[in-house]
Design a protein around this ligand. Structure first.
Ligand code: NDP
Length: 498
């Protein structure tokens, strides 16, 4: 008997051959009754699941989050109890490219973390930018369409991108970051992660604070110029996967420090900007960063598909002590992310190994049946399949109730525009944060990106840049008149001047 385990069918029967089809005669055709051959081919046809509409190309790891500082004055979430160590699954991604896209493309990066807490999973589904292109979910599907392929040419369309952005001036903040050095991080280890939305926390006393999450890289910011990225992509399309996987295998575990910004509940009404607007940051000067803990990613998953492709992150996954906010985009994502996973992975996607809460969370729910219900369907008592019931089935726990979210107002569709509001923060970024060299590369990157656009679209976008800062408009105009290609200096990645 062979030392290797015996190959079987999926039904467990031993298989006599895995290399020779059953045929009618030595040179004859294959018999339909060779079911294992049919099964093998049919399975191959089903090896892929639909790729994500956005964030299709991704890289991930497993690790831990350790609380180093006490923030219990803001939250009763067990994941933030001082000293607590929680297992985490990360997935980073580009937004626009398909599953086979090159890693080092200019794009926003997804930055998603699943914390397997004692109270169930908390997902932080963020980006490497603190803000976003639009602030109302009505615009999200249209925005994404402009990032994808044109229906006729089947190519990406700069004309569509800049046409859309020019009509949504609030996007200029995020477009500025996208076209800045931070638009092509060298790999996931060298970028920050932001929860981006405003969330809330509540404490034991039932007091709510608004919060922003910032995961700051301990590896330092490193970026590629367009030229460096083009050269790299010519050599490998998988540079992020290679860098991340190899670093972790070599024991160089990437780390991030979690900080929060905190705003008193009642102070939200007194800000010069809407603190629930996803196109705005909270200035550090007014809302200083408060240190919370350390994220360390230290394990490569044994199976990429099982843990990373199957990972299903959703802002709807919050735990007692963490809550939402009136951010319109957050409200929409609470619905749409979970719905995307129902479609992509199936009804019981939360039971897959990547997504299943750890045993300590003690999962009990009344969702029954459905496709792929491969786990127990009752709580040891088949009569307890509805609630309330007389059989001791699980019941809700009012002690974890969130304090009331104070909202009021007339139901209507409110446009948000005050004369200059959308340009104040991009102006601060452009004029006060970026240095001369960073501004020069921003001008060149943007001129290069919009080079294929029609003059009409260019002029509309220049007008938006002019509202941010006259030098911004002029800088991009000038760069567009010269060769938009960026001069190559050497192979060293650009390090942020921080
Ligand atoms: P600060 O001077 O305190 O903060 C500036 C921040 O800008 C830095 O801390 C860094 O954020 C970030 N930054 C540095 N270089 C770049 C770059 N090339 N591209 C994008 N971001 C960069 O001022 P404020 O807090 O008042 O913010 C001023 C502007 O800075 C904002 O309008 C916004 O555009 C930008 N910004 C602000 C952030 C915030 O949360 N306040 C976060 C990121 C950008 P980090 O420390 O997170 O790396």
């Amino acid at each position: 008997m062979s030392e290797k385990p015996r190959l079987t069918t999926t039904a467990g029967a031993p298989v006599p051959s895995n290399d020779t089809s059953q045929t009618a005669g030595a040179r004859g055709p294959v018999l339909l009754q060779d079911y294992q051959l049919i099964e093998k081919l049919a399975h191959q046809n089903r090896e892929r699941i639909p790729e994500r509409v956005v964030h299709a190309k991704g890289w991930g790891a497993q690790g831990t989050f350790t609380v180093t500082h006490d923030i219990t004055q803001y939250t009763c979430a067990k994941v933030f109890k001082p000293g607590t160590v929680t297992e985490v699954l990360s997935r980073w991604s580009t937004v626009a490219g398909e599953l086979g896209a090159a890693d080092a493309e200019r794009d926003v990066r997804g930055f998603s973390l699943k914390f397997y807490t004692e109270d169930g999973n908390w997902d932080m589904v963020g980006n490497n930018t603190p803000i976003f292109f639009v602030r109302d979910a009505y615009k999200f599907p249209d925005f994404i369409r402009t990032q994808k392929r044109h229906p006729k040419t089947n190519m990406r369309s700069p004309e569509a991108m800049f046409d859309f952005w020019a009509a949504q001036p609030e996007s200029v903040h995020q477009v500025t970051i996208l076209m800045s050095d931070r638009g092509i991080p060298t790999n996931p280890m060298h970028m920050n992660g932001y929860g981006s939305h405003t969330f809330s926390m509540w404490n034991e006393a039932g007091e709510r604070h608004w919060v922003k999450f910032h995961f700051r890289t301990q590896q330092g910011h490193k970026h590629y110029t367009n030229e460096e990225a083009e050269r790299l992509i010519g050599k490998t399309r998988e540079s992020y996967q290679e860098d991340l996987y190899n670093a972790i295998e070599a024991g160089n575990f990437p780390k991030w420090t979690l900080f929060i910004q905190v705003m008193k509940e009642e102070d939200a009404a007194n800000q010069p900007f809407n603190p629930f607007d996803l196109t705005k940051v909270w200035p550090h000067g007014d809302f200083p960063l408060i240190e919370v803990g350390e994220l360390e990613m230290n394990r490569n998953p044994d199976n990429y598909f099982q843990m990373i492709e199957n990972a299903a992150y959703s802002p709807s996954n919050v735990v007692p002590g963490i809550g939402y906010s009136p951010d319109k985009m957050l409200q929409a994502r609470v619905f749409s992310y979970a719905d995307a996973h129902r479609y992509r992975l199936g009804t019981h996607y939360e039971a897959l190994p990547a997504n299943a809460p750890k045993a300590s969370a003690n999962v009990n729910h009344y969702h029954k049946d459905g496709t792929m219900r491969f786990f127990t369907n009752d709580f040891g008592n088949p009569d307890a399949y509805y609630e309330p019931n007389q059989y001791g089935g699980p019941v809700a726990d009012p002690s974890v109730a969130e304090p009331p979210l104070r909202i009021d107002g007339d139901a209507d569709r409110y446009k948000q525009h005050t004369a200059d509001e959308d340009f104040v923060q991009p102006r601060a970024l452009y004029a006060e944060v970026l240095n001369d060299e960073e501004r020069m590369r921003l001008h060149q990157n943007m001129a290069g990106a919009m080079a294929p656009c029609s003059d009409a679209v260019k002029e509309r976008w220049y007008a938006v840049l002019g509202k941010v800062h006259p030098d911004y408009e002029q800088g991009v105009r000038t760069a567009a008149q010269s060769d938009p290609a960026i001069p190559v200096t050497d192979d060293t990645p650009v390090e942020a001047a921080e």
